[in-house]
Design a protein around this ligand. Structure first.
Ligand code: HEM
Length: 508
């Protein structure tokens, strides 16, 4: 029996632990299963990378994740599928109300997506290949030669480009990530946690472990007496008589997001009267960080658990900037992770926080509650795509138009409480942290509210308290595809590979 601090890295797909910064080349493939027996045969020996740390790290990596349609195709029964949460079963584009909540309306609507938007272009499998420089073609060939033509058909290859730790607008990316508490050292008791921590319970990202509520997320569990094939799976920690299909697995959310790089920089230029310093400042307050990734707010005076004291780019909260004079409350990074948004100064202990949660201590209209950020963290693993265009080149009237953007990927244990909440309540919401009639300046669509009020504004105040209202903000980012995937642990992949075939497994 393993100790709780002795994490099963050999059963976890490596992408959960590593971002593969040293493997800059990638090939992301959306596949359909053409022959389920051949796919299972390949899965039984597939060289999927685990999370065991080796020195040096491997020169290539391979990861796999499945949509609900893919799991069905491999033979998971409806009864098992039903124990997955609804949002995974229905899918990212599967219902209109979800699309509205995610902001997938107008230009972003699933009917316009290149993949994932309707039944003709829904993938079964996502295959993620990583390699060192100039090595991706060989790695791809090795993987494809082993199975491709019989087991799978290629639905779509997603473009990716090595942008060298930046995203296409030119901002440093991949800076702020939660640190997973693999050794389970931090308490999840609310009374012990009245300040911001970047250390996150394993169960917030990986299934089969306690989350920040000290609870286990729902996932398929098997009784080995009635399902002997499940013996290959680990025991469920919370119900040891059962076998846990979810343990060491997580959900992978993928969204292909096109970025209008010329549109972004030309708008910033125009709104700054063509002054290059002001242009850069405006772009930076929309993002919430400087171009080089440094924060807009001052370094935190107190230690933040889970952040190294030398990591100057992450050692901050918004405690000293409650009104958003340095980093606007609406800035992308502040919406996406408000850090101490729910613990503004004056609410430093659990009692005052509790009273605030009940609404008793609000003194100012903008002193409203932002839900506790620790329940809504995302582990981001995206990669950029398209030709690189520098901010200066993007300003030229003839700047080349091209498909470029971000293959946004995040890993979570609960799609609805984490990705969907962040996307809906924080990023797309026209009311956030006391701000109204604005959405995320980078990600937001600009649709009017039902009463006709427009939401295409962005307010920034400077330290003197002067507010500049930017109007007629265009939409800079458009959704081109997306899906919810399950990325199983390695023993769960063995279980899938051993599922019985039904008659003819060839998919017509
Ligand atoms: C093309 C689309 C996007 C662009 C250009 C973009 C850009 C950025 C940049 C430049 C940063 C700061 C660097 C860093 O901390 O790594 C950042 C941080 C972040 N973004 Fe995005 N992002 C995009 C989409 C999204 C989406 C769809 C979400 C979630 C719904 C999201 C959530 C986050 C989070 C959680 C952070 C870290 C915030 C923090 O902890 O301080 N981003 N993004």
């Amino acid at each position: 029996m393993r100790k709780s601090g002795d994490f099963e890295y050999d059963d976890l797909q490596g992408l959960v632990r590593f971002a593969y910064g040293k493997l800059p080349e990638t090939c992301f493939m959306l596949l359909n299963i053409a022959d389920a027996s051949a796919a299972k045969q390949w899965l039984s020996n597939a060289p999927i990378s685990n999370a065991v740390s080796t020195d040096p790290l491997p020169k290539t990596a391979l990861h796999i994740a499945f949509t609900v349609a893919g799991l069905r195709q491999l033979g998971l029964t409806d009864a098992v599928i039903e124990s997955f949460p609804d949002e995974f079963i229905v899918g990212m584009s599967g219902d209109e109300s979800r699309s509205r909540r995610l902001g997938d309306v107008d230009e972003n609507a699933p009917t316009r997506w290149q993949w994932g938007g309707d039944s003709d272009n829904l993938p079964h499998v996502l295959l993620l290949l990583y390699a060192e420089k100039n090595a991706i073609n060989n790695w791809r060939k090795t993987v494809e030669d082993s199975f491709f033509s019989t087991a799978f058909t290629l639905l779509k290859e997603l473009p990716t480009t090595d942008f060298r730790n930046a995203e296409p607008f030119g901002f440093a990316d991949g800076i702020s990530q939660p640190l997973i508490d693999w050794a389970r050292q931090q308490s999840t008791d609310a009374h012990d946690r009245d300040s911001y921590s970047n250390l996150l319970a394993i169960g917030e990202i990986v299934l089969g472990y306690p989350n920040e509520y000290s609870q286990y997320n729902p996932r398929p569990l098997f009784n080995p007496k009635t399902e002997p094939a499940a013996m290959v799976l680990p025991n469920a920690e919370d119900q040891p008589a059962l076998k846990d299909f979810g343990r060491n697995g997580c959900y992978l959310v993928l969204r292909q997001l096109d970025q209008d790089v010329p549109g972004f920089w030309q708008f910033a230029d125009q709104a700054s009267d063509h002054d290059s310093d002001k242009r850069q400042q405006l772009a930076e307050v929309m993002v919430g960080r400087h171009l080089d990734g440094s924060p807009l707010v001052a370094k935190s005076k107190i230690d933040i658990p889970g952040i190294d004291s030398n990591d100057a780019n992450n050692l901050f909260t918004y405690n000293d900037d409650p009104q958003g004079l340095k980093c606007p409350i609406s800035a992308h990074v502040r919406r996406a992770n408000p850090r101490t948004g729910e613990m503004t100064p004056g609410h430093s202990n659990w009692l005052t926080r509790f009273l605030k949660i009940l609404g008793f201590c609000n003194k100012r209209p903008d002193d409203d509650l932002v839900a506790s950020s620790r329940f809504h963290r995302l582990l981001r693993r995206g990669r950029s795509y398209g030709p690189v265009l520098s901010p200066d080149a993007a300003l030229k009237p003839d700047a080349p138009v091209a498909e470029r953007g971000l293959q946004f990927i995040c890993l979570v244990a609960n799609i609805s409480r984490q990705f969907e909440f962040v996307q809906n309540a924080w990023v797309m919401n026209s009311k956030f942290g006391g701000i109204q009639l604005e959405r995320d300046p980078l990600l937001g669509h600009r649709r009017q509210l039902y009463d006709g009020d427009s939401t295409n504004h962005f307010n920034r105040s400077d330290p003197t308290g002067l507010t500049q209202k930017i109007c007629a903000l265009p939409q800079f980012i458009t959704v081109r595809g997306g899906g919810y995937f399950f990325m199983p642990g390695l023993r769960a992949i063995k279980y899938l590979a051993a599922l019985p075939n039904h008659g003819s497994d060839k998919v017509s």
